[in-house]
Design a protein around this ligand. Structure first.
Ligand code: 6PG
Length: 261
């Protein structure tokens, strides 16, 4: 059942179902203001509960406004207690314009006082994407001090959605969707002209305490409808179902324009 709620003086369409909340904003600005507030609340709670806040960030265009807004808050955020990880990365050097780390650094990290040791990019210096995935998995195990078989729990994971329904670098019909042993894996896109990638797996994504999806633009409207309204959809974005955590789907009016609410 859809309601109109007022968030920071703006009317927003809201639909809640079990642990999933869908919010439709007028535009990316309002959506990003709300995502900033969510980030602050989740971070505050995590730091109060356990002394630090762990977040995994996606690449793509949609989250750039959010990253810039976080950067503009400058040092009012507890960066010394915030640990930034990446959801996925292209197997390219950090200086490459396709590098997610590059984008996140340009929009957010270089503008704030975050200690270097709190930034955990996916290393792409290795010889192969497979070696990079192994290295990232080792980094995660070491930072989270995981013992054998123990699951990893991010406080927050930010995800985007592709027009084909991919999320992170988990693409439709790929065997990677069933991966449940590894925390991170290498992906070779079926379109071989595209860059190889490294991504977190669903075993990590669905174990997060909070997942926020960001979707904007009319080009996302059809896939957003399919992901949210088609029962038993096997699209990667539809497989995002946090075991215990909360799932929030933030979109602008264009991305939400095909929904039946
Ligand atoms: C990436 C991603 C990817 C992205 C979606 C949506 O690095 O490209 O992590 O999953 O989130 O493709 O991208 P847009 O935000 O650009 O639409």
């Amino acid at each position: 059942m859809a309601h109109i709620v007022t968030i920071s003086g703006h009317d927003v369409i809201s639909v809640s179902h079990e642990n999933k909340e869908i919010l439709i904003f007028k535009n990316v600005e309002q959506l990003s203001d709300f995502a900033t507030e969510k980030w602050m609340n989740i971070s505050e709670k995590a730091i109060k509960d356990k002394g630090c806040f762990t977040v995994a960030l996606s690449g793509g265009k949609t989250p750039m406004t959010l990253y810039q807004k976080l950067a503009n808050l400058k040092n009012s955020l507890p960066w010394d207690k915030t640990h930034i990880f990446l959801v996925d990365e292209r197997f390219v050097p950090y200086e490459d314009k396709e590098s997610n780390y590059n984008m996140i650094n340009q929009t957010l990290l270089r503008h704030v006082k975050i200690p270097k040791e709190n930034i955990h990019p996916i290393s792409t210096k290795e010889d192969t994407p497979q070696a990079s995935a192994i290295k990232y998995e080792e980094d995660l195990i070491s930072y989270f001090k995981l013992s054998q078989g123990e699951s990893l729990k991010f406080d927050l994971i930010l995800l985007g959605i592709g027009e084909d329904g991919h999320t992170a670098s988990l693409f439709p019909d790929s065997p990677s969707l069933k991966e449940n042993k590894h925390l991170a894996i290498a992906i070779t896109p079926s379109d071989t002209s595209k860059k190889e990638r490294i991504t977190l797996t669903f075993s990590v994504i669905n174990n997060a305490d909070n997942i926020i999806f960001l979707a904007c633009g009319t080009n996302k409207a059809k896939i957003v409808k399919e992901v949210l309204e088609e029962e038993n959809s096997l699209l990667p974005a539809a497989i995002v179902k946090p075991k215990k955590g909360k799932l929030v789907f933030l979109m602008d009016e264009s991305a939400g324009s095909c929904l039946s609410i």
